[in-house]
Design a protein around this ligand. Sequence first.
Ligand code: ZN
Length: 287
Amino acid sequence: MNTDSKIDINRLNKLTLSENSARNFLLEFCWKNHQRHCPLCKSRKLYRLANKRRRCSRCGYTFHDFSRRFLNRGAFNAQEWLWFLKLFTLELAPTLIAEEMSVSYATILKAVDTVRRAILAQSLDAAQFYAAGIWPGPGNPAPTTEIINAPVFGIIEMGEMTLCDLLPEIKAEHLLHFKLNFCLKTASIGQVVYTAPYKHYQALISCGPGLWPAQHITHADKRLPVESSPFWAFTKKRLRHLRGIPASHFPLYIKECELRYNSRNTDLLLLLAQALCAFVPQISGRH
Ligand SMILES: [Zn+2]
């Protein structure tokens, strides 16, 4: 099957004609050249069980095609995932997606969260996010500490691409320190604070109560250089529509914006389908 071209409504219609056709499309992203292997030990020696399950003859693990993958989380079947992805790529509000798909709002929020974690897993610095306390997804223990202030990100524009680098060595309170003691200019959209250039970053961004310690501290400087960045214009518009974002979700949201912006000329649905079909990284034991 050709997985390169754009998935417009006509193609989506064909792909979702039956659960089988939708499933076959997603399976292309799951197994390279239809070669199945054990998700745990990678062995190719498998035997078939009932209900499309397989068992690894080396380690005994029993699995189905979507086991341990992001799309295995939640209650969607393959058809529903594809429809959801289409509406998500079109940036329909979760309440409207829930209405269109006749499922609960909670189901849609969970699906959105799953897609965002799948996006994060694809990024080169995913391990740093997990080290900062972001939950990778099912199969991993829940984080032990709650994220009060989001990590700090640095924005770098490289031609057509923009990167939002996680900066583990800089904390939200450092931004305040730079502002109060070194006159780093700051502005805000809701709780989200962004700054004038810092080192080779066009701006630093973060959010959380730590950036708003007292009423007299405001982030209202005008004409910061990052205002001229197309990426920031793109992201700001979305942040405004959100009307508030919890600090713990901010990193996932920023990564979504980064992907949406960098793939603005390609079909996002294909990228998301691919990300959803990947295995959820397992980091248990490393913390
Ligand atoms: Zn195995």
